[in-house]
Design a protein around this ligand. Structure first.
Ligand SMILES: [Zn+2]
Length: 253
């Protein structure tokens, strides 16, 4: 797979775009520049059937030091060229291009883009909010990595803390590559077998994240995947790609 030979270029934004262009050409997807920030173009990828169906929202790279996320989203797409156009995809391959290039969690202004979804000043996020306002979103997947991560884990917001078992299945898809994070507490939240179920009534004190914004406004299943950013890139990519594949292949055929 391409990530093995290209892993040393995971912060090369132009190269990321070039590979997405190839995916779009081969799979019949549309790739459109929707904003420009700090001189860098920001892109949206959609499949043709998105007009008639409720959308599946996928995004990566909101934190630029988590390049396993941008590589994994691309790797998943590269491995599913023949079926991408039949899924109603709304994809943001990299939400923080400046951060990716500079290996930074924050944008050029020092803003954490994953804490401003209540009232964003960032034109790319403003675009996404208005783009998604009048469409139905049936599933949201946001990809992240954790510098302190000890294994793979995910967030699934929940109002009542009750599991439907899906989160457990998703993590199982990643465990051939990375074991579950064994911690009982992750970022101040209770975790069990790599699953965190944050209550939407208890958001991060410093602002509203992307995933919570979608959970609250679109009331759809929302998953945030996390891999340990200190591990080998190819394992992180395979783990995240397997989780996306599990969600999209098992439920949305
Ligand atoms: Zn992150």
């Amino acid at each position: 797979m391409s990530f093995t030979k290209n892993s040393y270029r995971s912060h090369d934004y132009k190269f990321l775009l070039q590979r997405w262009r190839t995916v779009c050409r081969m799979a019949g997807l549309r790739m459109e520049k929707v904003a420009e920030i700090d001189g860098l173009p920001c892109f949206e990828v959609t499949s043709p059937i998105i007009k008639e169906h409720s959308a599946i929202y996928l995004s990566a790279g909101i934190h630029g030091d988590e390049s396993g996320s941008t590589e994994a989203l691309l790797a998943w797409a590269e491995s599913n060229l023949d079926r991408l156009s039949s899924l109603p995809l709304l994809i943001y391959p990299c939400l923080n291009p400046w951060g990716l290039i500079n290996n930074s969690r924050w944008d050029a202004k020092g803003t954490d883009l994953n804490r401003i979804w209540e009232n964003p000043s960032n034109p790319f996020i403003q675009h996404i909010i208005s783009r998604t306002k009048n469409i139905t979103i049936e599933l949201v997947i946001t990809l992240h990595e954790d510098f302190d991560g000890q294994g793979v884990y995910l967030y699934e917001p929940s109002r009542n803390g009750i599991s439907d078992g899906k989160a457990d299945e998703i993590i199982s898809a990643a465990t051939p590559f990375i074991a579950r994070d064994p911690r009982r507490k992750i970022d101040g939240r209770k975790a069990k077998n790599g699953i965190i179920r944050p209550r939407p009534t208890n958001p991060p004190k410093d602002g509203i994240p992307e995933a919570l914004y979608f959970y609250l406004t679109h009331k759809c299943p929302t998953f945030t995947f996390e891999t340990p950013s200190e591990l080998d890139l190819s394992l992180r990519v395979q783990a995240q790609s397997a989780m996306i594949g599990h969600l999209l292949c098992s439920d949305l055929k």
